[in-house]
Design a protein around this ligand. Sequence first.
Ligand SMILES: *[C@@H]1O[C@H](CO)[C@@H](O)[C@H](O)[C@H]1NC(C)=O
Ligand SMILES: *[C@@H]1O[C@H](CO)[C@@H](O)[C@H](O)[C@H]1NC(C)=O
Ligand SMILES: *[C@@H]1O[C@H](CO)[C@@H](O)[C@H](O)[C@H]1NC(C)=O
Length: 780
Amino acid sequence: MKMAKLKHNNGYNFLAGAIFGLCFGFIISTWCRNKFIPCSPSFSKSGCCPRKLQPAFETDQQSITETNKVIPNNVYIEEEDEKGFLFVGIMTAKKYLDSRVVAAYKTWARSINGKVIFFSSEGSHSTHDIPIVSLKNVDDSYPPQKKSFSMLKYMSDHYLNKYEWFMRADDDVFIKGEILEQFLRSVNSSRPQFIGQAGVGTKEEIGLLSLGSTDNYCMGGTGMVFSRETLRLLAPHLKYCVNNLYTTHEDVEIGRCVRKFAGIPCTWSYEMQKLFYQNFKEYKGSFVDTLLDKEVQTAITMHPIKEPIYQFRINNHFSSTRIQQLRQKQLELHRAISEMNQVLNENSPFDKYGLKPSVNSFIPNKASEVIGWEFVNSKTVSSHLNVNPRKGLTSYRKDTMDDIVSETMDIINRNSRQRGRSIDFKEVLYGYSSIDPLNGPNYILDILLTYRKHKGKNVNVPVRRHAYLHQSFLKTQITESPLTSEPDDSNSQISPHIFRALRGPLQNTHLDKLHETIHFILPLAGKVREFERFMNIYEQICLSRKENAQMHIVLFTKNSSPEEVEEILNIAGKYQKKYRSDLIEVIEADGDFARARALDLGAKQCAMDDLLFCVDVDILLTREALTRIRLNTIQSTQIYYPIVFSQYDPSVICEGLCKIGMTNFTAKVGYWRQFGYGIAAMYRSDLEKVGGYDISIQGWGKEDVDLFEKFVMSNLTIFRAVDTGMIHAFHPVTCDINLEPSQFQMCVGSKATILASQYQLAEMVLGMKEVLNRNMDTKV
Ligand SMILES: *[C@@H]1O[C@H](CO)[C@@H](O)[C@H](O)[C@H]1NC(C)=O
Ligand SMILES: *[C@@H]1O[C@H](CO)[C@@H](O)[C@H](O)[C@H]1NC(C)=O
Ligand SMILES: *[C@@H]1O[C@H](CO)[C@@H](O)[C@H](O)[C@H]1NC(C)=O
């Protein structure tokens, strides 16, 4: 079975143009706020998007006018040239005016090309600026037959000649406005039409609904659509219908009325069940678990949304899909420009974003520039970039793969209906991925698919395909830093704020922030020599330079000998005497050493707005580290978790003969402590907000991971980055033989990891003849 060939390019099969919006850092916020208004040429006066919008949704200002028009006395004010595509009337009740109505109005209602008005009982008022009609002589009793027919009457009285289509919907539905419009434009609205999901009643109801054996009705929940012609035929008889009800089912009665006076049934089409989608899968509704299901993706209306908050979640989901489509379109336009430039053969500017997609567009000039590919399968990544050659797929990589596959499938199935076939995804057998730093990530995937033919004889076969995918970077987008100081680059072409942001963090920052006081919190028990070294560095980078810094030493006296305590106090006293004594404080703590309690005690000495730096006595600091602590920690927003460089044992590295400085960042000298969370900078208010350190944790370790996890769960951002200004100096580990066997094992293990690099240890072992090959001597 041969599958339709994919597009060719450079000898590769191409599923071109899955795109990927890499925002370097930030997205300009206004861009995110864009509403996606469908462009429909037939309603565009100038023939060019964006067209004039329906007033109710243009701005908040105008929707207020709209509200005033409808609510107070329920008097309709004629709008001169109001003409639109779709009028949606939503049936609601007083108790939902502040919940479902708001959620619907703020989400999908904006996607409707036309007007959305909510219909409620007499005396309904909204405290929000939402167009609500309170129907005279209608209450909120159930079943809402009267409400429904009154709404249809209102629609035909006021809007019949102004809109092409009319929809009756519930307040717990989600409607994809753009797709509904696309769909309706394929239907002739000059004919009577009654569109929705056809129902004949449940098993128990059959025979009780007074329906003929071939009669149906459009189900209310998922919404029903009338063409103008239908409503026109219906309008004079609405009164008759409401006075001649056979059942208490409002939708059944509308169906009966339409059949009788417009002479048509609800659309008898299997497809409508998919387009007007009723969620039977989730007991509680709201599309919590089924949002990514194929049926939900293809649906036009979704029902029910039981929890109004989920309207927003669903809306976000489809908006981001739309963003992706628009980005794709943007990319295609860039490509068109590029192509035209070539045809024109002018000296037109080169459009980098219009490059043809290719997994080979990066041209290396040197052997070292050749980009390597990582090998990926459904569970693991094997990479030359990791120290560990094979790793499990992280969740973000897995999500990326899922995204790529789903986009790929969309592209493959784009014309599947016309071709009478569809291709379903089975699995990714394996793949390669790489990042071209100029153009974007590339993928080569070996995918297992199932080919299904619908037309003619049913065919169903597995096929295997290679897909070559390229995601293009979009233009860099930046946001201005809120820390920007007064502009002074008046001769600059770009906004001085942006210019400054580009020059780097140091120049664009408010002066106060650069000189903010850092509160060092240093837990201590014994370790006099290390403390001496730490204070020596502290003097160089802070005290002698009059840096704004304050030292809080938390000393556990029980774990230190009296001599040690005395010596530590002497050292601290020496600096207190030499500099202002209030800059260094020693807090004596009782009980056994607990790092969590130490940091907690230290933090309690500070005010809520103070910037804390939790540090260890083994850390060597540079002055640059201070600047980074200040800039990377933002109150109520960001916590700074530096990744420090951990040095190996100097006596092993080079038998103590070499000098190891603060800038020796080689694999031989040390490693980045990816898994260390002990060193952190945060504001006290943020520490308190997440509940602070867990002071029930004894000894070293665990308290830091616990706090890190609390921050991860909070709405604060964690900025975790390598800091070349913080070094964890080697200190010998002694493992107490009296420890529990398991703890002893762990201690020996960590002792081994900080000894030297694996490579060097291996070299050492290789150098030991007696270890490597005991038989060597006898052989020689
Ligand atoms: C739509 O229906 C009307 C009335 O039946 C008919 O006159 C018209 O030709 C139809 N238009 C199209 C495009 O089929
Ligand atoms: C996090 O939530 C708090 C309220 O709980 C709010 O004051 C703060 O601004 C939020 N921070 C961010 C970065 O959204
Ligand atoms: C550390 O760096 C200095 C200067 O770059 C160099 O001379 C020295 O050999 C390095 N030490 C080690 C152990 O690599």
